[in-house]
Write a protein that binds this ligand. Structure first.
Ligand code: SAM
Ligand SMILES: O=c1cc(-c2ccc(O)cc2)oc2c(O)c(O)ccc12
Length: 344
């Protein structure tokens, strides 16, 4: 059926359904990642598409619902489907998008999404200013709220995905930022995925992954990385520089200022710096290819945290001034985040 050229009103009548059913893309992609379909198709490659019956048998899934899921994903360009001229079989092959959904790419990050988020953005939440998903008992600190799931492997796997992706961008676009740094503390560094990549790229660095005790106590040993448990609201281990990657966006302005003050105290007043890796929302410019992802991440912060948010450069400058930093620079690293360097 050829796609008709619709006038704006008719197109809007069709597009509105996207706002009813758009959430299904994440649910269905999440299902494909759970089944490791991107990995299976990637292993076979584009020259060896798999039939529905083979896929159904390999996955132990009913053919009919699997066909419907694959049909939906092929329509949205996640997989490539083709049919055989000699039989009624349908075949599936990987695409440039499905390559990013494998378990060693962004697959585990997709598995973190959705559960526990739905009511975080609702009329009730916007009117009350309270995220109904999270127990008020924990105040702003969702990280010790079991409902948040910080202790779960799915969170560690998702953040390792994120670290792989963002630290690659940091190494490619901001290598100069690590010259002269001996001891680097990664606040909220979890199991050291980011530091492991940084000390490999910059062997002069001695890395310290600082995180909650219940997180670092589960961290497998990692060459060149020391693990220290504690709270960034109490004190941060001393270092030449401190990194905060996807930390401050989880917290309110007040908590972020408190964290930044502890980080400033941990580095030398004359030669130290704090390296913030977080999104900078561009409200006035044209943005770039990550603008949609940054605004989506801001909605995740609203849905999943008590007072987390993404910030504009003006909002970052307010935080840094309040925390006593004298000056700062911003580096575009061509991914969802930028690197903000803050100097005591
Ligand atoms: C969103 S994760 C970011 C992980 C990693 N930096 C990354 O970019 O993928 C936030 C981290 O902050 C840690 N965290 C939360 N509260 C903390 C605290 N009071 N002190 C130190 N770390 C904390 C969490 O355990 C978690 O590992
Ligand atoms: O992308 C995320 C998702 C979460 C998240 C999702 C579901 C939950 O039940 C809890 C948390 O948290 C994130 C986060 O804290 C962050 O700093 C970046 C991204 C995400």
């Amino acid at each position: 059926m050829t796609k008709m050229v619709l006038d704006a009103e008719a197109q809007a009548g069709a597009d509105v359904w996207e706002y009813a059913f758009g959430f299904l893309k994440t649910i269905v992609v999440r299902c494909a990642v759970q089944l490791e379909i991107p990995d299976l198709l990637e292993k076979r490659g584009t020259e060896d598409p798999i039939s529905l019956s083979q896929l159904s048998s390999l996955l132990g899934c009913q053919a009919d619902p699997l066909h419907r899921v694959m049909r939906f994903l092929a329509f949205h360009g996640i997989f490539k489907s083709s049919s055989s001229s000699s039989s009624s079989s349908v075949y599936y092959a990987p695409t440039v998008i499905s390559r990013h959904l494998t378990r060693d790419n962004m697959g585990p990050f997709i598995l973190l999404q959705l559960p526990g988020m739905v009511n975080g953005i609702s009329a009730e939440a916007l009117r009350s200013g309270v995220n109904p998903n999270l127990k008020a008992a924990n105040g702003e600190d969702t990280w010790t709220d079991s409902a948040f799931g910080n202790h779960k492997q799915v969170f560690t796997d998702a953040m390792a995905c994120h670290a792989r992706s963002t630290v690659s961008a940091i190494i490619d676009n901001y290598p100069e930022g690590f010259k002269g740094i001996g001891r680097l503390v990664d606040v909220g560094g979890r199991h050291g995925m980011a530091l492991g990549m940084l000390v490999k790229a910059f062997p002069w660095i001695r890395g310290v992954s600082f995180d909650l005790e219940e997180v670092v106590s589960m961290a497998p040993p990692r060459d060149g990385i020391e693990f220290v448990g504690g709270s960034m609201f109490e004190s941060v281990p001393k270092a030449d520089a401190v990194m905060l990657m996807w930390i401050l966006h989880d917290w309110s302005d007040k908590s972020s200022i408190d964290i930044l003050k502890k980080c400033r105290e941990a580095v030398p007043a004359d030669t130290g710096k704090v390296i913030i890796v977080d999104a900078v929302i561009d409200e006035v410019g044209e943005g770039d290819e990550y603008t949609g992802a940054r605004l989506g991440l801001d909605m995740v912060m609203m849905a999943a945290t008590v007072k987390g948010k993404e910030r504009t450069y003006k909002e970052w400058t307010y935080l840094l001034n309040e925390a006593g930093f004298s000056r700062n620079t911003v580096t575009n690293i061509h991914t969802i985040e930028s690197v903000i360097e803050a100097y005591p």
